[in-house]
Every structure is written in C-alpha cells, then in structure tokens.
Design a protein around this ligand. Structure first.
Ligand code: ADP
Length: 592
C-alpha cells in the first residue's frame, strides 16, 4: 500500500470496489482457517476411532467422513475459489483503473509543460515514467492493498486460533517473527534506495536507446555503430548492476523470511512434540496447530513482499509526482483575455531576452513593427536570434511586460491558446506524425475535406510527389516521417501550416531543402494566397526574401536593420556584404 497526494484520492474513489474485495477476502480467510480443524478430525479419528465435535463424541465412520469432512471440504473449496476470483477482480480492477487515471493525468500535465521541461527531461526518461513506474504503482495499489489486508486478517485470525490452542507455543512461535519484522524494516529502506537507482538506470537506458534509434542515420553515416554499441553496453551494464543490487536485497529479504519461518516450524515441532509427549496436546491438535501456522506463513511472506513492493511503489510514485508537480513555466497571466479574430500586427518594443538556462541575451533591445498583412523576411547568420524571435511570437517562452504586442495587445495580457490559434508555424525540424499524409496536412484544423488537403499540398508544391506514392494521400508515414525525403517533409509541413490559413504564418528556414525552382513556386504561391495576411519567413538565402515587404536583418541578437531589400542594400553595410557574398557563392556554384 502506498500513500501520497496523487494516490490517496483513489482509495476513496474506488472504496466500494476495495470494500467488496475485502468482504470476499475476509470470507476466504475465515474459510481457509476451518481446514486445519478438519485435518485434526481426520488424524484423531484415525488414531482414536472417534472424533470430538463441539464436545460431542462422534464415531469416525463413512457417514462422518462424508458429512463432516468431505462435504464441508468441497463447499469450502468452492467458496474459496469464488471468493478469490471476486477479490482478484476487485483489487486488480481498481489497480488498473488507477493506472489509467494516473496516466491520463500525467499526459494532461506533460502536454502543457513548456520547452524548458523537455530540454532537461529526455523522452526515454518520460517513457519509463509512463511504463515501468506506472506499472509499479498499479501493482502496489492492486496487489498492495490486497496483500496488506490479507496478511493482517489471515495473520490475526490464525494467530488468534493458535493462541486459543496454546498461548505458550504461540508466543514461542512469534519470537523469530519479531526478528523478521526488524530485519524487514531496515531492508525495506535499503531496497527503496536501490529501486530508485534501478529506475534511474533504466531511464538512462531508455534515453540512450531512444536517441540512438532516432539518430540511426547519423550513426551509420559516420560508421559509429561499434562506438554506439560500446556506449550502449556500458549503460546496459550500469542498468544490470543496479538491477543486481536491488535483486540482491530482495533475495536477502526472502532468505531471511524463509529462515525465520523454518525456525518457527522447528519450534512448533520441538515444543509441540513435547506437549504431545506430556499429554497436553494430542496428535490431531498438533497437526491442527501446524495447519494454522501454515496459514500464517503466507502473511509473513506477504509482509516481506509488501515491504519490497511498497519501497518500489514509493520510489516510482515519487518520480511520477515530480512530473505531476512540474509547473508550467509559460502560462496565461491572471485575467488574460482571448485575442478574438487576429489581424496579424506584431510589434517588438525594446525586447531583450535570455533563455532560462542561457548565459547571455539571445535578443538585445529589439524593436520593430510588422503591419497586419505584411510579408516579412528574417535573415542573419546562424545563432543571430532568428528562431528565438519567432518562438517569442508564439509565446514558447515568457517575455517581459510591455515588450511584445499582437494587434496592439501586450502578449502577456492575452491567452496563449487564442494567440497560438491565430498562428501557423513550420518549425525547423519539420516533425511529421506516424499517420497518413492527409492527416498530417490536416493536423491543425478540426474539419477538413480531401479537396482542402490537396489544395494545401498543391500550394506547397508537394502534390505531385504525394500522388506518386502507391497510397497517395493515404500513405502512412513512418516514425518522424522517415519514408519521405527531407524536401518532401519540408513541403508537407508547409502544407500543414497553409491548411490552417491562419492570420499569421511563420516559416522557419522551411525552404532550405528544396531546389531553387520549387522554392520559387512555393514563394509565388505564398505571395498569391497570403494576400492581406501576415507571413514571416526565416531564410538563409537573401534571394528567398528579396521581394518581401520588409526584411529584418539580425546580427548577434540585435536588429541591425529593418526595411525593404533595396533600402537595406543601400544603407546597411553588413547587409550589403552578406548579399554580395551570397551572390558570389551562387555564381561560383553555377560555374562549378
Ligand atoms: P538562429 O535561428 O538565428 O540560428 P537561434 O535563435 O536559434 O539562432 O539562437 C540564438 C542564440 O540563442 C544562440 O546563441 C543559441 O545558442 C541560443 N539558444 C537557442 N536556443 C536555446 C535554448 N533553448 N537555450 C539556451 N540558449 C539557446
């Protein structure tokens, strides 16, 4: 059984189920303890030829065997089977429901966490929370509750029956149990630590595997399979060591338990035998006493199992709680309002921005205004702050008040949902889901038809490629869209953004993997379809953004210049240098 702020409520929610399971458990345990008395009757019946039942002497014959032993035994067994089935369904059913509910809560919180969280917590680690840790908590809730009550009930009932037969023998039997409890308490704490280490090692292994499989193309291209294997083996070995350490503690616990149980058997046989010799006990009573002790063995085993399970469950629940406690660093300010229908005017006012873990400002005193419906190109060297700038428009990070405005509203005063709903974004990595091409393109809209999807694909010049696939728009893409080329991936991502037809469209270096002819087609289509809507395009080649209404030229986090291409070429020496350099490179490429 484990407790914690994220699990306690389930004991109430599934209280009726647990209670029903408990009733079945009580019935099973009570019936189980009738069996040793039947053994006593048989042994005494064989020895003496008669049996004492509730103070009445009855002959040990066929009728007695049938009516007082066989028939009750059959009834007891049937009732036990039924009862066990019922409590299993109730306890495990509750455990599975808890798992499902917790998983939903975890996903619900995880989906709202900002990029900062995902930069620190890798996918593999998160996956192990959703699989291994959740499994452990489920097991603890289902099995744990059952074991706790079963051990308690059966233990108390059996000890009570033993006590009624002979208090001295019962006390003697309990001495080793005291030692066992002490050992279990110490080992329990130790095992919890080891389980924590084990789970951390497993997370590391998941992280590494996940990253290796995602980056398999790079590994192969650099012929680094052997290096990767060695690294994997090392992490796997750490995982193995952590596993062994936990298993060792767990096995030690079992050995202790067995040792103490066996020593009790020795005590019962020794002292019990002496009692029979003395005449205090008869043979049947000794067998009955051993029968009760056998019933106590399971609770004792259960206690050690329970300690192991609880320590694992606690460690896993702590890890899960960390995810559930993780705060959304980017969220709506109190009283934030919906933006309503967006016009697409964006203004930066002396905005400086540093990443939460950054050591310097990625953007410094940036001020500019994009009028609604403008097409804007952002250029600058790698690392100059282009992506940062558009990510701030999308509110991926927090910005100071009074520095960024959308349609005249401070972004901190509008809801993130309404802001992002008004924007369509083509990220640099062009992530595609393992789904059909059609569903990928229509990802950003709630209702769609094939015609709309095809139209978006035509505009991003990928329709022809899609039709060449055997299943056309119904082609299912592999994980991260590995079955399409980089250029096709880029264009499907553009189609996805175009399909949304949002007031603001942001393309982050989205035509870098397409040839100049395709780029020209896409840009012409964009110019035609985005009339009156704001379009922001980050590009490396100046030629890509030359014709745009405004160009923002970033240099080392500062806005070095803003304006039309011709004006910038005339007035900004740095910009001119970059344009001339690119022209030279292009000419060089043509002659090569
Ligand atoms: P560009 O898009 O122009 O190539 P970026 O906007 O990606 O440049 O990056 C601007 C600066 O911010 C770089 O120095 C980069 O290292 C830094 N940076 C980018 N992303 C992060 C991040 N998540 N955390 C910390 N620093 C970052």
């Amino acid at each position: 059984m484990i407790f914690g702020k994220y699990i306690n409520r389930y004991y109430f929610r599934y209280g009726p189920m647990l209670l029903l399971g408990l009733v079945a458990l009580v019935a099973v345990d009570t019936l189980q303890l009738v069996i040793p008395n039947l053994y006593q009757r048989i042994v005494n019946g064989i020895n003496q030829g008669y049996v004492m039942v509730d103070g009445v002497q009855k002959p040990f014959d066929g009728t007695f065997l049938l009516e007082e032993i066989c028939m009750p035994m059959v009834g007891i067994i049937l009732a036990i089977v039924l009862g066990r089935f019922l409590w299993r369904v109730m306890f495990f059913g509750a455990g599975i429901r808890v798992e499902e509910s917790l998983r939903n809560r975890m996903f619900d919180n995880a989906k709202d966490l900002s990029r900062e969280y995902y930069q620190v917590n890798k996918v593999g680690n998160l996956m192990s929370l959703f699989t291994n840790d959740l499994d452990t908590v489920q097991e603890c809730f289902g099995w744990g509750v059952m074991m706790f009550f079963d051990a308690l009930l059966l233990g108390v009932l059996a000890v009570f029956k033993m006590w009624r037969m002979n208090p001295v023998l019962t006390l003697l039997s309990m001495i080793p149990m005291g030692f066992l409890l002490a050992a279990a308490t110490v080992l329990g704490k130790y095992m919890m630590k080891k389980w924590d280490i084990r789970q951390a090692a497993f997370s590391k292994l998941s992280d590494f595997s996940q990253e290796s499989f995602s980056g398999i193309a790079v590994i192969k291209a650099f012929v680094k399979e052997a290096k990767e294997l060695l690294a994997f083996q090392k992490i796997n070995e750490e995982n193995e060591k952590a596993n062994i350490a936990h298993t060792r503690a767990s096995v030690l616990m079992r050995i202790f338990t067995t040792l103490f149980v066996e020593s009790v058997v020795c005590i019962i046989l020794g002292f019990g035998g002496y009692l029979v010799y003395q005449g205090t006990f008869n043979a049947g009573q000794l067998v009955e006493f051993i029968g009760y002790f056998n019933a106590v063995v399971w609770p004792i085993m259960a206690v050690s199992e329970l300690i192991d399970m609880t320590s694992r469950g606690k460690a896993s629940l702590n890890r899960i709680s960390e995810l559930l406690d993780a705060k959304q660093s980017v969220q709506d300010a109190p009283g934030a309002k919906d933006l309503g229908s967006m016009r697409g005017e964006i203004e930066f006012r002396d905005l400086s921005f540093r990443y939460p873990d950054g050591e310097y400002d990625a953007l410094q005193h940036v001020s500019f205004k994009i009028r609604a419906g403008e097409s804007v190109g952002i250029v600058g060297k790698t690392g100059s702050g282009k992506t940062t700038l558009v990510q701030l428009i999308l509110r991926c990070y927090n910005v100071p008040d009074g520095t960024l405005f959308l349609d005249g509203h401070d972004v901190n005063e509008v809801t993130i949902h309404s802001l992002r709903s008004g924007c369509a974004y083509v990220p640099q990595d062009n992530f595609l889901f393992s789904d059909t091409i059609e569903n990928n393109i229509a990802f950003g809209v709630d209702t769609f038809d094939r015609e709309g999807v095809v139209n978006a694909a035509v505009l991003s010049d990928v329709d022809g490629n899609i039709r060449e696939f055997r299943h056309g728009y119904d082609t299912v893409l592999g994980e991260r869209g590995v079955t399409v080329s980089g250029g096709q991936k880029q264009r499907i991502s553009i189609a996805r953004a175009l399909m949304k037809n949002a007031p603001v469209l942001i393309l982050d270096d989205s035509v870098s993997a397409v040839d100049t002819h395709t780029e020209k087609t896409i840009l012409e289509n964009l110019a035609a379809t985005r009339q009156g809507k704001t379009t922001i395009l980050i590009a490396h080649r100046i030629s890509t953004v030359e014709a745009m209404d405004q160009i923002l030229f970033l240099d080392d986090g500062r806005l070095a210049a803003a304006g039309k291409h011709e004006t910038l070429y005339e007035t900004c020496a740095e910009y001119r240098k970059m344009v001339d350099l690119q022209k030279l490179e292009e000419e060089g490429e043509k002659h090569a």
